[in-house]
Design a protein around this ligand. Structure first.
Ligand SMILES: Nc1ncnc2c1ncn2[C@@H]1O[C@H](COP(=O)(O)OP(=O)(O)OP(=O)(O)O)[C@@H](O)[C@H]1O
Ligand SMILES: [Mg+2]
Length: 249
């Protein structure tokens, strides 16, 4: 089963072509990793999946991105698309409000729940993000009092609270210590039972540990996408072999 079908996708920021004829399938309930050197277009491609590039005026796109067969660039209800396709950024962006309100905030923009339902939903999201036990006694304290790793899990909880189908994680562990990183990797592996996950990572060990398929990009081109074990052991393209062995550049 396929979540996203990306076909002949080209994207430019003004004159600068950032994605060149990308064709890629993102399967449901699996983890797809995007790897490649800085500036190769990983974040750009990820952002096309929930139309975050709509906010960049100079950005032009041709080709198509289908979500379960529906062209997302033809969708009228972009809020609903972004509810289905949640995103967690590289740096935790907890809001300056309580832990509870950080999560309730996103839910309120899409649904009107009563007090009890809201409490339940917030707890469920915090449990899913493996943060509940650490924060259950301080839900009404500022989110900014949490550690970096806790704030990142809070952002994951916030994304999960609106019940997306797909979770996009753009280098979500790059500023975290190994223990927090391991927690988030474990979390991603449990979440894929229910969610489709796309993660950008600079850490090839991380891609190898957690993802099912890995896509390697270079200069805006998709060089190859393979089952992860295969890409790291027997890449088809020389560029991939050079990159994963550190002989790049
Ligand atoms: N808003 C923007 N306006 C203009 N150019 C942009 C914009 N965002 C990205 N670019 C350019 O598009 C190219 C791809 O950028 P992108 O952020 O997708 O790379 P990346 O693979 O995610 O890199 P990194 O690993 O450093 O995060 C780069 O050359 C970048 O400078
Ligand atoms: Mg990036």
């Amino acid at each position: 089963m396929t979540a996203f079908t990306i076909e002949n996708l080209n994207l430019a920021y003004g004159e600068h072509v950032a994605l060149k004829n990308i064709n890629l399938l993102i399967p449901k309930q699996q983890i797809t990793a995007f790897i490649g050197p800085s500036g190769c277009g990983k974040s750009t491609l990820m952002k096309t999946l929930n139309r975050m590039n709509d906010f960049v005026p100079s950005c032009t796109i041709t080709g198509s991105v289908l979500l379960e067969g529906e062209d997302i660039y033809q969708m009228k209800d972009v809020d609903n698309l972004r509810k289905k396709v949640g995103m967690v950024f590289q740096k935790a962006n907890a809001f300056q409000m309580s832990i509870f309100d950080n999560i309730a905030y996103g839910i309120k923009t899409h649904e009107s729940l009563n007090r009890d339902e809201m409490k339940q939903r917030v707890e469920e999201a915090l449990r899913q993000a493996v943060l509940w036990d650490e924060v259950k006694d301080r839900l009404h304290k500022s989110a900014l009092s949490l550690s970096g790793g806790q704030q990142q899990r809070l952002c994951i909880a916030r994304a999960l609270a609106v019940k997306p189908d797909i979770l996009l994680m753009d280098e979500s562990t790059s500023s975290l210590d190994p223990i927090s990183t391991a927690k988030i990797e474990e979390l991603a592996m449990t979440l894929k039972a229910r969610y489709t996950i796309v993660m950008v990572t600079h850490n090839m060990q991380q891609a190898a540990r957690v993802s099912d398929q890995t896509a390697f990009f270079l200069n805006g081109k998709l060089i190859e996408c393979q089952p992860t074990a295969q890409l790291f052991s027997l890449p088809e393209q020389e560029e991939t072999a050079n990159y994963i062995s550190g002989r790049f550049g």
